[in-house]
Design a protein around this ligand. Structure first.
Ligand code: NAP
Length: 282
């Protein structure tokens, strides 16, 4: 059966080398019997406007957005929700009442994974250390503030970027110089790496973990490799860990729900599918 082209979805970006989004969404499309297909739209900037008109005009259900358009796509949208406008970045576009709308699901994806793996864990009142101050850090910090964390320390090589994020919620977010990491690791309940350090082909992340508390959850949003050196060291010290693949799967859930009205499940079957793909493509 050919999929209904007016129901199609895709990931929009430029020079997309590889994306796991088609694998994840096409799995759910088959699982829930949705008449659609998820593809890749690799477009230069001058084609962005025409492409987005197809969603506004009902010829496509929506899209995900990746580099380099997560920020620049905002000017083409009719409505950007509070989450996306707070962080200045959109990764999911959908249509409602004829209007083109954008949101960002990275922060919700991180929290969805945390809650799935550590049910009942109290975010409210907890202290968190975020390493990195890029787009992903912004999304996760905003979601953590919303969930009532009492202190969020952000350490970044370029301190100015950590200060920028802290400016969004000065009572809760505290910028930390990269060289002062050691003094912060022992004070937190949750530590999350959002830098690209530790990715395949990149240098490892050198973060002191010995000083973390024995119950501090150590998490990494890098998912290639699945087990980063940071997670392996944390596991070796007996700390609870959280990997980046879970966030990748959970951040896809709201998009599918917005396009098709179905909340898809993040199952072990889906996780195994993406794990196998990561192992074969790196
Ligand atoms: P980004 O905006 O480019 O930010 C990159 C961050 O890494 C910045 O804080 C940067 O610090 C830091 N960094 C890079 N090289 C460094 C080095 N040599 N030493 C210290 N810090 C360094 O990227 P992003 O979009 O936030 O993504 C960051 C990572 O998260 C990527 O690996 C991405 O694949 C992953 N990610 C995963 C998911 C998921 O679903 N699991 C979702 C989104 C992103 P400076 O500011 O000093 O340059």
């Amino acid at each position: 059966m050919n999929a209904n082209p007016n129901n199609s979805v895709c990931i929009l970006g430029h020079n997309i080398t590889y994306s796991r989004s088609p694998l994840i969404h096409n799995h759910w499309i088959a699982e829930y019997g949705v008449d659609s297909k998820y593809g890749i739209c690799d477009l230069p900037a001058e084609k962005l406007s025409d492409f987005l008109s197809t969603i506004r005009n009902g010829k496509s259900a929506g899209c995900n957005v990746t580099t380099p358009y997560k920020e620049t796509v905002i000017e083409h949208l009719d409505v950007v929700d509070d989450v996306a406008s707070a962080i200045g970045s959109v990764n999911t576009i959908y249509r409602r009442d004829g209007l083109l709308r954008g949101t960002s699901t990275d922060g919700a994806g991180y929290i969805g994974h945390l809650e799935a793996m550590h049910p009942g864990w109290q975010l409210k009142g907890s202290k968190v250390l975020i390493l990195g101050a890029g787009g992903a850090a912004r999304s996760i910090a905003a979601a953590l503030v919303q969930r009532g964390c009492s202190a969020i320390y952000i350490a970044n090589r370029t301190l100015e970027k950590a200060r920028d994020i802290a400016g969004l919620h000065p009572n809760t977010i505290i910028p930390v110089a990269w060289d002062d990491l050691q003094s912060t690791t022992g004070a937190v309940d949750l530590l999350v790496n959002t830098t690209s350090l530790g990715m395949v082909g990149r240098q490892p992340l050198l973060c002191p973990l010995e000083t973390t508390r024995s119950d501090c959850i150590v998490s990494d949003i890098v998912y290639a490799p699945l087990e980063t050196e940071l997670l392996a060291r944390a596991r070796g010290l007996g700390r609870p860990v959280l990997d980046g693949l879970g966030m990748l799967l959970h951040q896809a859930v709201p998009g599918f729900q917005l396009w098709f009205g179905i909340q898809p499940a993040v199952t072990q079957e889906l996780r195994t599918l993406v794990e196998q793909d990561l192992l074969s493509h790196g």
